[in-house]
Design a protein around this ligand. Structure first.
Ligand code: DGJ
Length: 725
């Protein structure tokens, strides 16, 4: 049984494929965390709840005889504010009396097959109830009348677990939720590092690792989006953990708004790790009888380093997060005009793109920003989603017909949540923006953010999108979002609900995305946010791919893609070959192959030699499509460890084939280059497709392969395809 309850010892044990998670209902119905880590056979862990001696200043429960128990040092499943636990709490409500003393205790539980969905929020799914089991624990606070259901789902096939919390107000008065984290994970020591992905526009998801100390550590966003600055991912790893060895706990939030991931080391050395909505930019008024759900947090345990953690996330998301017809079928190879033309294009110009694309074997043309209203610069027209027929040389339907007649599919760009200062929509509805009365709104890229907390605003924007998509043969939409939220407020909400705006905004965005995917199930949706500023599992629930970064330089992309791969699979990573300055087309292609693959340049500029390279790349895209999308990723040399060269490989699930890629960033001086491969079957024999040499998997993984003669100059790269005899 993946989830069991020992009624005598009052212990819950949750077993995934490789991990166990144990908690106990302690005296006075405190729900105490006992263990999370490698699988253990039984759960006799009672002594673990003590974290050593504590000072007499620590609050204790008068009804508990055990003088070693204090809420201040005990590891809790869902710690509350204001009742003796002085660490950062997971949950806090301000009650009708105005205080925020909150105390949830165990009431009952249910264990059942399958997994519930979360109303209005993205979450992982099961394909059949036998995929996962769920434990639902009901907790209640007898003073505030607040009840919480803690949901834990364990996936049978993966070392992974999801958690979320649903809160009910059973009292007669409103309460204000001030903190509602999705997961709290307690560790008995702090002998760990924290790994996070920081960044900025053009350098998203940069790997960072630092040891935990008693200085509180963490990342967060209050930008209204998950953001470039920090991804809602974090890992807690043993100091010794690397790609292959050591315990690693990965956490990822299925949410696209303000979040916090933090670790607090307590004086006795234990560590509390929280993941959820950032309380600094959140509040929620819960009326009597209402309920509120937190986003879902995913946790993955790996006993074999970061590599295994990543592969678990990848497979889990491919099977249980990404939905719709594009989850499984082959995606079109596309060319996007943005980097080539910006907004300075015509219908005729784009038709030449489609003509060249057809000659090269590309499937789809995506018309990016600039096709609507008077959008000739980024200063105007967001919100005016009417086709600029003058620019396209006629109605959109005729333009698309020209593209389609060449045998090329068509996709289009939108930025639904935004409104330009200079737009008809803003002139008509200045009140439709996110704003705070009396305070000037900050402008970013000359645009404001639409108040997607309001149904009439969402309905209006969606009606325009629906008209464009419904009346034309559009098979792909790029959903962009190019600014953070500031002066966060809504003219439609009362003062006591203003702290809800950021979360309501995300709920509104999800609602429009949901309508779009339900009304147009054939659409391939690609998310984007000034490059990869909203690359999170919440977005992956709606769109199977996300534009990874506006930085398409293949050398910079190595850092970005290595970081992104920590938890997101290759099939989700929007990656294109562009005209960027560093490296040739071969390297650009090799790097973009580790993603959705496509082009982002003017194909009219290709020389005959370029065209031959591109045709070869297109055929490689087809050849390696399944291997890269369903294979296992092994990061062999990461740019965060080696600034000179990197290498990675994909190995098919049946271990019959593998693709090794390596890029020289800066040519090393001393140059014997042996590389030990990973993930192969030691018993099998593999043909190196370049040299025709045959090697055993054991040899390739232990002795390595001599690659000294490959990649001689900065920016060079190479691939080797291996297949079994
Ligand atoms: C930002 C995106 O990241 C780009 O790819 C492009 O779509 C522009 N926005 C268009 O304004």
């Amino acid at each position: 049984m993946p989830i069991s309850y020992d009624s005598e010892r009052k212990l819950f044990k949750l077993d995934t494929s490789d991990s166990s998670y144990v908690m106990e209902i302690y005296d006075e119905n405190y729900l105490v965390h006992l263990y999370y880590g490698a699988k253990i056979p039984d759960a006799n862990l009672k002594s673990h709840k003590y974290r050593g001696w504590f000072a007499s200043v620590a609050p204790q429960n008068i009804h508990i005889e055990d003088t070693l128990f204090s809420p201040d040092v005990s590891p809790f499943e869902y710690p509350c504010e204001g009742t003796g636990d002085m660490r950062e709490s997971a949950f806090s409500v301000r009650n009708a009396q105005g205080n925020n003393s909150t105390d949830l205790r165990y009431v009952s539980h249910r264990i059942y097959p399958g997994k519930p969905r979360i109303d209005g929020l993205p979450s992982l799914h099961v394909n059949s109830d036998s995929d996962a089991d769920t434990l639902e624990i009901t907790m209640a606070d007898s003073v505030t009348g607040v009840r919480a259901e803690l949901y834990y789902t364990v996936f049978n096939e993966f070392s992974a677990m999801t958690r979320f919390v649903k809160v009910f107000n059973d009292s007669d008065s409103p309460v204000d939720i001030e903190r509602i984290f999705s997961s709290c994970t307690e560790f008995n020591t702090h002998d760990y590092d924290m790994i996070t992905l920081y960044g900025d526009w053009s350098k998203e998801r940069t790997f960072e690792r630092a040891p935990l100390t008693h200085i509180r550590q963490g990342i967060s966003s209050k930008r209204g989006t998950s953001s470039h600055a920090h991804n809602p991912f974090g890992a807690i790893a043993e100091h010794c953990a690397n790609e292959e060895y050591g315990s690693v706990y990965g956490f990822n939030l299925v949410y696209s708004g303000n979040f916090e991931f933090s670790a607090e080391v307590e004086p006795h050395g234990g560590t509390r790790v929280l993941m959820g909505i950032n309380p600094e930019a959140f509040g929620w008024r819960l009326e009597s009888g209402e309920c509120f759900s937190s986003p879902e947090a995913v946790s993955v345990y790996s006993a074999h380093g970061l590599g295994e953690m990543s592969r678990t996330f990848h497979k889990l998301y491919q099977k249980h997060l990404i939905r719709g017809r594009w989850a499984d079928i082959k995606r079109p190879l596309l060319i996007n005009n943005w980097e080539a033309t910006g907004m300075d294009f015509t219908g005729d110009k784009l038709v030449t793109f489609a003509e060249r694309a057809k000659e090269l074997g590309i499937d789809m043309l995506v018309m990016d920003d600039g096709w609507f209203g008077n959008r000739d610069s980024d200063r105007t027209a967001l919100g005016d989603w009417q086709v600029n027929e003058e620019k396209l040389g006629g109605p959109l339907s005729s333009f698309i017909a020209r593209i389609n007649s060449l045998g090329i599919k068509f996709g289009i760009w939108f930025e639904p949540e935004m409104i330009s200062h200079d737009s008809n929509l803003y002139r008509e509805h200045p009140d439709w923006c996110i704003q705070v009365p009396g305070r000037e709104k900050s402008i970013a890229r000359y645009q404001y953010v639409l108040d997607f907390t309001r149904k009439e605003v969402r309905d209006y924007i969606y009606s325009l999108m629906k008209k464009v998509i419904g009346e034309n043969n559009i098979e792909y939409v790029k959903w962009d979002s190019n600014r953070s939220l500031s002066e966060v407020g809504s003219l439609a909400l009362p003062p006591e609900r203003q702290k809800e705006v950021a979360h309501r905004f995300i709920l509104g965005t999800y609602e429009v995305m949901d309508r779009l995917t339900v009304d147009f199930p054939h659409l391939l949706l690609e998310n984007c946010s000034s490059g990869g500023g909203r690359f999170d599992p919440g977005m992956l629930y709606f769109s199977p791919q996300i534009w990874c970064s506006d930085n398409t330089d293949p050398i910079d992309r190595l850092h970005i893609q290595f970081g992104t791969s920590l938890c997101y699979p290759a099939s989700t990573v929007g990656a294109h070959v562009s005209a960027s300055r560093r490296a040739g087309y071969e390297t650009k292609g090799n790097v973009a192959l580790w993603g959705t693959f496509g082009y982002e340049l003017d194909p009219n500029t290709f020389t005959e030699e370029d065209r031959e390279i591109i045709k070869e790349q297109v055929s490689e895209y087809h050849k390696y499509y399944d291997l890269i999308r369903s294979g296992d990723l092994y990061r062999l040399i990461s740019p965060w460890e080696n600034e000179r060269r990197v290498a990675w490989m994909f190995v098919s699930e049946d271990k019959e084939e593998a693709l090794l890629t390596s890029v020289v960033m800066r040519k090393p001086y001393d140059d014997a280059f042996y590389l030990r491969l990973r993930g192969l079957d030691p018993e099998k024999y593999y043909v190196d497709d370049n040299s025709g040499e045959v090697y055993s998997g054991a040899l390739l993984m232990n002795a390595g392969i001599n690659l000294t003669n490959y990649g001689r100059n900065d920016g060079d790269s190479f691939k080797i395809y291996f297949h079994t005899l």
